[in-house]
Design a protein around this ligand. Structure first.
Ligand SMILES: *[C@@H]1O[C@H](CO)[C@@H](O)[C@H](O)[C@H]1NC(C)=O
Ligand SMILES: *[C@@H]1O[C@H](CO)[C@@H](O)[C@H](O)[C@H]1NC(C)=O
Ligand SMILES: *[C@@H]1O[C@H](CO)[C@@H](O)[C@H](O)[C@H]1NC(C)=O
Ligand SMILES: *[C@@H]1O[C@H](CO)[C@@H](O)[C@H](O)[C@H]1NC(C)=O
Ligand SMILES: *[C@@H]1O[C@H](CO)[C@@H](O)[C@H](O)[C@H]1NC(C)=O
Ligand SMILES: *[C@@H]1O[C@H](CO)[C@@H](O)[C@H](O)[C@H]1NC(C)=O
Ligand SMILES: *[C@@H]1O[C@H](CO)[C@@H](O)[C@H](O)[C@H]1NC(C)=O
Ligand SMILES: *[C@@H]1O[C@H](CO)[C@@H](O)[C@H](O)[C@H]1NC(C)=O
Ligand SMILES: *[C@@H]1O[C@H](CO)[C@@H](O)[C@H](O)[C@H]1NC(C)=O
Ligand SMILES: *[C@@H]1O[C@H](CO)[C@@H](O)[C@H](O)[C@H]1NC(C)=O
Ligand SMILES: *[C@@H]1O[C@H](CO)[C@@H](O)[C@H](O)[C@H]1NC(C)=O
Length: 524
């Protein structure tokens, strides 16, 4: 009780503090394209589609939600439980969308209420077409009424598909207008609803969606394969007239490479839901998949059966050092610095050409507080030694357009491995079988009777990623494995179809940007 009773002097100090908050919001709003207050970091959650398709029910959703809470996944950030296609029973006489009461016997408001009681968000699905992809009633022309229905049920998120769109596509303006209708309708409900556009990259949504949505799919549907080409996903570049489906992880990574910067605070490039755990890829391939989705600031939407989660899947999707990259408050995606194809390596040159099977790639990105993230990706089948120089890592910082010295090159950087602290299988399986003993107190793991700092799990409900990063939480930074000194390089032996990823933190303060000569501003 005493904690919550203010003296009047304290209360007025608190009131003074509060008056400064609206200003903060204005400053923030100027940086945020779509202003519903959501998507400040890429959204996290679970969607039933990849694992269950149309085989859905209230029971599946609520059982999954309970597991997401029990396994600590809600508390690492997986917030939205997203119902995909096939929930509907069409429209009633007055035009209101009705749920299939066999699948959802208590109705949708009950599902929303149950999820809210677990501190989770409820995601709904519809299509900007006459019909949804599975041919249930779509929302084209019915946006206002359907948005009101969703808001009335207590929906927090809308995945909005692109099937049966009656030909309303072909240029950016047509697609923009069709998707803006639902954006406006959601806004008019007065309920903040995360707006996730799923038009598969048609008409280049990364150019027009940031002002009307919180995320937009950039390519055709993912499938559970690392790099197998499939004729049903015919494009290999971002400029695509038939997005299709059965797109591999490498196919999607290659498509987004050209415009990773389009995802920013408030709206994100969506590389599609995760396949981690669905058993079509190896452990190394799933680590790569997870790592790159985090570096590129894609939404992290789980797409596997949570009731059958394996220890290795849990330790990939809950890796705090990787999630801290995804949820970094600066919201800047990493980008590809180079590709070396086997042919080009042979001739000791490199290029930024489009994806070639078996290439190796290097990525770099800026994080909050002056940190950097780097990743070595080996798309070839065998282990490769890979390395990057300071000029590779700080490629944007060295091209200052002036002859002033580049401070990034003259300081030493601590190198933290983002996978070295992966949760041990013994811990993961005890969490999954309900025998994990976490009653032993502050930030220690008493599992084997020895107190050790927990480095493999971070509770972002308890304190946010931003707070944890500011406090140098070891789980979020990863394991320090070396130092990058001026003139040096970072080297790694990278498994076939694998990735090595590191957080770099300077040992010395970098002079603030205002004291340095500014480089030319990036075009956006
Ligand atoms: C609706 O849009 C306005 C203007 O961008 C914004 O200030 C407001 O927060 C939005 N409301 C909702 C519920 O999204
Ligand atoms: C509702 O779902 C049940 C069970 O899957 C199915 O048999 C039935 O055809 C569905 N009804 C409608 C109207 O889609
Ligand atoms: C429309 O019909 C549904 C189902 O019969 C009902 O729940 C809803 O209240 C009706 N809405 C209006 C606006 O009459
Ligand atoms: C949600 O919690 C409230 C408050 O405890 C309760 O009244 C309500 O019945 C709960 N709803 C569901 C669906 O469990
Ligand atoms: C490497 O360069 C040589 C000489 O220019 C050329 O003949 C060869 O085709 C190149 N290798 C590959 C695999 O491109
Ligand atoms: C749960 O998992 C732990 C760690 O693998 C194991 O030691 C324990 O025997 C399991 N308990 C049950 C009840 O399966
Ligand atoms: C959990 O660990 C604490 C501290 O070691 C111990 O006192 C307690 O009995 C354990 N609880 C269970 C359920 O094993
Ligand atoms: C266990 O408890 C500690 C201390 O309260 C906490 O930091 C941690 O996130 C909890 N969960 C797991 C899975 O370790
Ligand atoms: C127990 O904890 C210690 C301290 O971290 C560690 O070195 C050891 O490997 C652990 N043993 C087991 C069986 O997990
Ligand atoms: C995370 O922290 C919250 C708030 O402190 C707590 O309620 C929750 O049980 C914690 N979750 C885990 C998995 O430790
Ligand atoms: C975190 O680390 C940075 C640099 O390594 C240091 O400047 C800062 O004081 C540390 N913050 C805390 C809260 O320990």
């Amino acid at each position: 009780m005493a904690r919550f009773s203010f003296s009047s002097r304290l209360a007025s100090a608190a009131a003074l503090l509060l008056t400064s908050i609206p200003q903060l919001h204005v400053a923030q709003a100027q940086q945020i394209a779509y202003q519903n207050g959501l998507g400040l970091t890429p959204q996290m959650g679970w969607d039933n589609w990849n694992a269950f398709g149309c085989d859905i029910s209230e029971e599946l959703l609520l059982e999954t939600a309970q597991k997401i809470v029990d396994y600590g996944l809600r508390d690492v950030g997986y917030h939205y439980i997203i119902l995909d296609d096939c929930w509907s029973a069409g429209r009633s006489d007055n035009g209101t969308l009705q749920p299939n009461m066999t699948k959802f016997p208590n109705g949708m408001a009950y599902v929303a209420d149950s999820l809210h009681n677990m501190s989770l968000g409820f995601g709904m699905y519809s299509s900007a077409g006459k019909l949804t992809c599975a041919q249930y009633a779509g929302s084209l022309g019915m946006e206002k009424q359907d948005a009101m229905t969703f808001a009335g049920w207590g929906v927090d998120y809308l995945k909005y598909d692109n099937c049966y769109n009656e030909g309303q596509e072909g240029n950016s303006m047509i697609s923009y207008n069709r998707y803006k209708a639902m954006s406006d309708a959601l806004n008019a409900t007065g309920r903040p609803i995360f707006y996730s556009i799923c038009n598969w990259g048609t008409d280049y949504p990364w150019n027009w969606a940031p002002t009307i949505a919180n995320s937009w799919r950039i390519a055709g549907d993912i499938y559970d394969s690392f790099d197998r080409p499939d004729t049903r996903c015919p494009c290999t570049t971002w400029d695509c007239k038939l997005p299709g489906f059965h797109c591999s992880v490498m196919n999607i990574l290659n498509k987004v490479a050209a415009f990773t910067d389009k995802g920013r605070v408030g709206g994100w490039n969506d590389l599609d839901a995760l396949e981690v755990g669905n058993s079509g890829m190896t452990d190394d391939e799933y680590k790569l998949h997870m790592t790159m989705w985090a570096l590129f600031k894609s939404p992290l939407i789980l797409g596997t059966d949570i009731t059958l989660l394996s220890p290795s899947t849990l330790s990939i999707i809950a890796n705090p050092a990787i999630l801290a990259i995804s949820q970094d408050p600066a919201g800047k995606a990493a980008f590809r610095v180079w590709e070396k194809s086997p042919a080009l390596v042979e001739n000791n040159t490199y290029s930024t050409d489009l994806y070639t099977v078996g290439s190796t790639y290097f990525f770099t990105g800026q994080l909050t507080g002056g940190d950097f993230v780097i990743a070595f990706l080996n798309a070839g089948p065998t282990t490769q030694p890979m390395s990057a120089t300071m000029n590779d890592i700080f490629v944007d910082q060295v091209t200052t357009g002036s002859s002033a010295p580049v401070p990034y090159l003259s300081v030493s950087w601590d190198v933290h491995d983002l996978w070295a602290n992966r949760m041990p299988d013994s811990v993961a399986s005890s969490i999954l079988n309900g025998t994990f003993n976490n009653t032993s107190g502050a930030n220690t793991d008493m599992l084997n009777g020895t107190a050790v700092p927990i480095s493999y799990y971070y509770n972002s409900t308890h304190s946010s990623y931003e707070e944890g990063l500011a406090a140098n939480n070891t789980a979020l930074l990863g394991k320090k494995v070396g130092v990058l000194s001026p003139g040096g390089k970072v080297s790694a032996s990278v498994a076939g179809h694998g990735v090595a990823a590191y957080r770099l933190r300077s040992q010395t303060m970098i002079p603030s940007a205002s004291k340095m000569r500014r480089r030319k501003r990036d075009e956006l």
